[in-house]
Design a protein around this ligand. Structure first.
Ligand code: 4HQ
Length: 241
């Protein structure tokens, strides 16, 4: 399940270059019964199965024996929401253990005894924590030095300044009557920067007004937003942003 995402493209190269190291630990390898059972029925009854504490405890202890300072994250919808700020903080940890639950999740004692932090990748339910862990690896890795090429800088992305990105275009200049905004072809660098800032502000104001509260906005930015919100265009036809 983990091999394609971790071997492909940017993450694959980051691993090859030794910028990140990923180890998959199969909890089933830490069972002591013949059938390698990792789950059991919940005390008190109810539907589904719960992941047993002992195999998880042994798996985590094995990893921690080699890396005592590892920070253990359990992926669950009950955790703190992952956002760019949390991603940045977590990416500064030298070693993370990303614990993935299946079924109804893990025995509560796992959380009490072994988990440092619970993280959610969003308010929806997955079939297991593995995809959530891959999302974490992906977004944390790209923040590490030498993982992205210099033409793919992490600094300029959405959220590094709490604004959505401006619209991007590449060739052809006209596609089925839809053309690239003139300003981008003008060669006027100042005008291009102004247009991009305005479009980023427009999009953010329209789609994610909650983000504007976090953004660092200049006097000019605020004026531009007021203009956008007051413009006939935006009020009457939603502007298609
Ligand atoms: N699950 N963010 C249930 C998630 C999830 C999420 C992982 C499904 C844990 C037991 N994890 N298992 N959303 O939906 O992180």
């Amino acid at each position: 399940m983990f091999s394609s995402p971790f071997e492909a493209s940017i993450l694959g190269k980051a691993i090859e270059k030794g910028r990140i190291e990923i180890r998959i630990v199969n909890i089933r390898d830490f069972t002591s019964d013949k059938h390698h059972v990792v789950d059991d029925t919940p005390y008190g009854g109810g539907q589904g199965m719960v992941m047993k504490v002992e195999p998880i405890a042994r798996a985590i202890e094995r990893v921690k024996a080699e890396s005592p300072s590892a920070w253990t994250v359990y992926l669950t919808p009950q955790g703190r929401s992952l956002n760019q700020e949390r991603a940045r903080a977590l990416s500064s940890k030298a070693h993370l253990i990303l614990l993935c639950g299946r079924y109804e999740g893990v025995d509560e004692r796992v959380r009490e005894m072994f988990v440092d932090e619970e993280v959610s990748i969003g308010d929806y339910v997955l079939t297991g924590g593995e995809l959530a862990a891959m999302v974490m690896v992906d977004t944390l890795s790209r923040l590490l030095p030498g993982v992205l090429g210099c033409d793919q800088s992490a600094e300029e992305d959405s959220f590094s300044d709490s604004l959505l990105e401006y619209p991007q275009y590449t060739r052809p200049v006209d596609f089925r009557g839809h053309s690239v905004p003139d300003v981008l072809l003008s060669g006027n660098h100042e005008a291009i920067l102004r247009w991009r800032r305005k479009e980023a502000l427009r999009r953010t104001a329209k789609r994610r007004p909650d983000l504007l509260a976090k953004a660092t906005l200049s006097e000019t930015d605020r004026k531009v937003i007021d203009e956008i919100l007051q413009s006939e265009e935006t009020r009457t036809r939603g502007d298609g942003v």
